[in-house]
Design a protein around this ligand. Structure first.
Ligand code: TXE
Length: 496
């Protein structure tokens, strides 16, 4: 079955105080589809004035929203989930048009996971219990959670709706108002969601500001009138955002880059069975979402005695990836998200070749026919080299994997940890000792063992080292969006 880009209006506004509003200075930018480089729509090129107007609306709404009961907020979050579910196909087509990823991913992963995220946090706040301790016979200590107030959220373009859900669901669930800036490359799904849920939330509780990082993102992250900044994106941008927020001593959470190792031990080849097939699929997941995933398993480490046989099968499987029109259901790999990203990936492939890496598969742009010839496609690429090369150390954010070998467990751990990042990792083995001890030794916030790229809402996700701090998903996320009030109550009758 084949899908197509949904119909867009010529231009859209910012969503502020429950209504779409034109940018104050009347500036717009064009958003093109990476599928074929055609114009999709225009969005506001917002500046500090627009940002401040959204922040003001959020501040006006925060007391009322912060005082709603958990049951009320949960009911609204479930309705938001219903809206996304009812419009699943439109959201999926929108994400594919905007980002270039395949429709089978947007239909089966991006949108359903976003639905589940709203449901998870809706349910989580209903199940929570507070804490009370008797400090002595006359004193009670109560711990009460209070929302922070207004939260600034800045998100990237690789999973536009899902990254929105990861940020917005827990923030609203905790009783905060939100000002969200989507990435300029992928403004569509946040706008469509705002339109669809405008009647569900009181005005000002959820606001969307479009525009570029330095013009709209910076004033948002720098504002003294927000209470927290949450960011997902590049590590260097995260460093800037921390500087802006530090002037106000605002708390920040950061989901940043990665260079995740995917480690294959020799026991996987003990039998030629379904588990070995799963390991091969797990290695090829470097191309999932065109490699534009912060946890992309972008370094493959293979134990040297199985290298020849295993890599042969990985290359065969990689060559069978069906690239093409992302709107066709059979397409596995679509377009890179933008011309800039396409260019960056090609430069890294060249850097790898210049450094002496051996090209085992791909190694160039993919040329497609018809309208798609104007889109931004890259062949899934495997480079063999060593861990000191730039293609092993720097985040490429494309379907390019760097492969090397290791002798034993100690060397596998050393190579896996020889990176400034620590977001994800994969370990594949049939050995019971390795499947516990190796993940424990790898410095990363999420280690998948005999699986990869699962993102359930109830498992915490986040980085070590320069991959950021704070966690998303899971109950622990709620604590990043609220502060605890401790009440000490004395009921000593003699001292009243
Ligand atoms: O990211 P940015 P870009 C990596 C990936 C990619 C590279 C560049 O390697 O090739 O980053 O992508 C907003 N103040 N990742 O430039 O800059 C911006 O408008 C405030 C990894 O798109 O991090 C967008 O909304 N905001 C990553 C968001 O930040 C600013 C996901 C992300 O943009 C800003 C995306 C500023 N000064 C890219 N500058 C991951 N690991 O998840 C930009 N922004």
């Amino acid at each position: 079955m084949s899908y197509s880009a949904p119909k867009f209006k010529e231009k859209y506004g910012n969503f502020i105080n429950g209504k779409f509003q034109d940018p104050i200075d009347g500036q717009y930018f064009e958003n093109h589809s990476p599928v074929d480089n055609k114009l999709l729509a225009k969005y506001p090129r917002s500046n500090e004035k627009d940002v401040n107007s959204a922040i003001e609306a959020a501040n006006k709404a925060k007391h009322e929203w912060g005082n709603t009961s958990a049951a009320e907020r949960a009911g609204i979050l479930h309705k938001i989930a219903d809206v996304i579910q009812e419009n699943l196909e439109t959201f999926a087509q929108m994400e594919t048009a905007d980002n270039g990823k395949s429709i089978r991913e947007t239909m089966n992963a991006d949108v359903p996971l976003a639905v589940d995220h709203f449901r998870y946090f809706a349910s989580a706040i209903r199940a929570e219990e507070g804490s009370a301790t008797e400090l002595n016979e006359n004193t009670l200590s109560l711990i009460i959670n209070e929302p922070l107030g207004v939260v600034a959220q800045i998100i990237p373009w690789n999973f536009p709706l899902l990254m929105l859900a990861w940020k917005v669901a827990p923030a609203l669930a905790s009783g905060n108002c939100v000002v969200l800036k989507p990435a300029e490359q992928t403004p569509a799904s946040a706008t469509f969601l705002a339109e669809k849920i405008a009647d569900l939330l009181p005005p000002g509780v959820f606001n969307v500001i479009h525009g570029f990082g330095p013009e709209a993102g910076k004033p948002l992250a720098s504002s003294p009138n927000v209470d927290k900044v949450a960011f997902t994106g590049e590590t260097t941008t995260g460093q800037l955002i921390m500087q802006y927020a530090s002037k106000n001593l605002h708390p920040v959470t950061m989901e940043l880059g990665g260079k995740s190792p995917n480690v294959f031990f020799n026991s996987i080849m003990d039998h030629d069975d379904a588990f070995l097939d799963k390991c091969i699929e797990g290695a090829v997941l470097f191309a999932f979402n065109q490699g534009e995933v912060c946890t992309a398993p972008s370094r493959i480490l293979i134990q040297e005695d199985i290298y020849d046989e295993f890599i042969k099968r990985v290359i065969e499987r990689t060559k069978a990836i069906k690239m093409g029109n992302p709107f066709e259901e059979s397409t596995m790999m679509g377009a890179q998200a933008s011309s800039d990203q396409h260019q960056k990936i090609l430069e890294y492939i060249k850097i790898g070749k210049d450094e002496g890496a051996e090209v085992l598969a791909g190694g160039d742009a993919a040329k497609l026919d018809g309208d798609l010839a104007n889109g931004f496609y890259i062949q899934p690429t495997i480079l063999k080299g060593h861990n000191k090369m730039r293609v092993f150390q720097e985040e490429i954010f494309g379907p390019v994997v760097a492969v090397c070998t290791f002798k034993d467990e100690a060397e596998a751990i050393e190579i896996a940890n020889d990176t400034m990042y620590g977001l994800g990792a994969g370990v594949w083995t049939r050995d019971a000792h390795q499947l516990y001890q190796i993940p424990r030794a790898i410095k990363a916030g999420r280690v998948w063992v005999n699986c990869y790229h699962d993102y359930p809402a109830h498992a915490p996700f986040g980085g070590y080292k320069k991959s950021g701090f704070g966690r998303e998903n899971h109950l622990m996320m709620l604590n990043h969006y609220r502060q605890s009030k401790n009440m000490l109550i004395s009921y000593d009758k003699n001292k009243l």
